[in-house]
Ligand binder design. Structure first.
Ligand code: MF3
Ligand code: CO
Length: 291
C-alpha cells in the first residue's frame, strides 16, 4: 500500500524531521525531471541513511574477503580452493556469500579465467596456471545488506597483451566512476567506459550489465556500458549500483555454457577482463562502497 506522504509527516528517510523540511524538495526535483521525460529512479531504490550504513558495512566485508583471497592466490591452486577460502572467510567475518544458492548457483564466488567472461563456477578440475588472468567476483550478504565487487588477478607471468587488457578494463572503471554525480545520468558512465574500451580496440559485452544493489542482490537499475551520455536513468543521491564492464580483446559476442548454464564465454575464445565496483551516489559525487 502506498500512502502519499504529507508535508508535515516525518520524512521517509528516517531523519525524524518533517518531510517538508527534509526530502520534499528532493522529491519535487526528481518529479520535475520526470515531467521533462527523463527516466527517474523508483523510490524504492533510493537508500535511507540507515540503509547506507548497513550496505557500507557489508561492502567492508566484501573488500576484506577480496583482500584476503588476493594474498592466497598462487599457481597450481584450484578454483575450488578459492571457493572454500572465500566461503570460510566470509562466514568468519559474519557474512554469507551471496552467490551460494542464488538462483541455483552452486558456489560462493565466481572465478572466470581468460575467455570466461563472467560467472565461472569454481571447480576442483580448474587449476590456476602461469599466464592466466582471472576475475574473482565476491558478493556478500551481511545483516540483511548486499555488496558486490570483483577484481582481476594476473597469475605468474602474463603476456603483455593480456596485461594491457586487464589495465584498460580497470581504467574503464575509473573513468566510469568519474562520471558518477547527482543529477547526472547512467548513460554518462556507459559512454565514458565504452569510448575508452573502443579507443584501445577492445569491445564491451552488451548483454550483461551492472545492477542496483543493497536491499537485494540485484535491483534496478540495469547498468549498460553501451549507453550514451545524457541518456538512461537520472542519478540521485542514495542510489547504489555496480559498475562492472566486461572488456573483450576480440569480439564482444558471448555465449553461455550449455552444460553448467552459468559460465559466459567469449565467442571467439579471446580473453576478457572485468573489474567491478559498488558505488553510492552522494550529494557531492560518489562514494566507493566496495572495490
Ligand atoms: N557478482 C555477480 C554479478 O552480479 C553475481 C552473479 S550471480 C551468481 O554480476 F550467482 F553467479 F553469483
Ligand atoms: Co555484480
Amino acid at each position: 500500500m502506498y500512502n502519499k506522504i504529507e508535508r508535515n509527516d516525518l520524512c521517509w528517510c528516517g531523519s525524524g524531521v518533517k518531510y517538508k523540511k527534509c526530502h520534499a524538495a528532493f522529491d519535487e526535483k526528481i518529479a520535475a525531471y520526470k515531467s521533462k521525460g527523463c527516466i527517474v529512479p523508483p523510490k524504492n531504490i533510493i537508500k535511507t541513511p540507515a540503509q547506507i550504513i548497513g550496505i557500507r558495512e557489508s561492502g567492508k566485508i566484501n573488500i576484506a574477503v577480496l583482500d584476503f583471497i588476493s594474498e592466497q592466490l598462487h599457481i597450481g591452486m584450484t578454483t575450488e580452493e578459492i571457493d572454500r577460502l572465500i566461503y570460510e572467510k566470509t562466514l568468519a567475518l559474519g557474512g554469507i556469500p551471496a552467490p551460494l544458492n542464488y538462483e541455483g548457483y552452486p558456489k560462493s564466488v565466481c572465478t572466470s579465467i581468460d575467455d570466461q567472461v563472467c560467472h565461472g563456477i569454481p571447480s576442483s578440475d580448474i587449476v590456476l596456471r602461469a599466464g592466466d588472468i582471472v576475475n574473482i567476483d565476491v558478493s556478500t550478504l551481511y545483516n540483511g545488506y548486499f555488496s558486490d565487487s570483483s577484481r582481476m588477478f594476473c597469475i605468474g607471468e602474463v603476456t603483455p597483451e593480456k596485461k594491457k587488457l586487464v589495465e584498460v578494463a580497470k581504467e574503464c572503471i575509473e573513468l566510469g566512476l568519474a562520471q558518477v554525480k547527482p543529477w547526472g545520468f547512467l548513460g554518462d558512465i556507459g559512454q565514458a567506459i565504452n569510448d575508452h574500451a573502443i579507443s584501445h580496440g577492445y569491445a564491451i559485452v552488451e548483454e550483461i550489465g551492472g545492477h542496483g544493489i543493497g536491499l537485494a542482490f540485484h535491483e534496478e537499475p540495469w547498468v549498460s556500458y553501451v549507453s550514451e551520455k545524457g541518456t538512461d536513468m537520472l542519478l540521485v543521491p542514495g542510489m547504489v549500483f555496480t559498475i562492472e564492464p566486461m572488456v573483450n580483446m576480440g569480439t564482444n559476442e558471448v555465449f553461455v555454457d550449455e552444460e553448467d548454464d552459468w559460465t559466459v564465454y567469449t565467442a571467439d575464445g579471446m580473453p576478457s577482463a572485468q573489474w567491478e565496483v559498488m558505488v553510492l551516489v552522494t550529494e557531492e559525487g560518489y562514494e566507493v562502497l566496495a572495490y
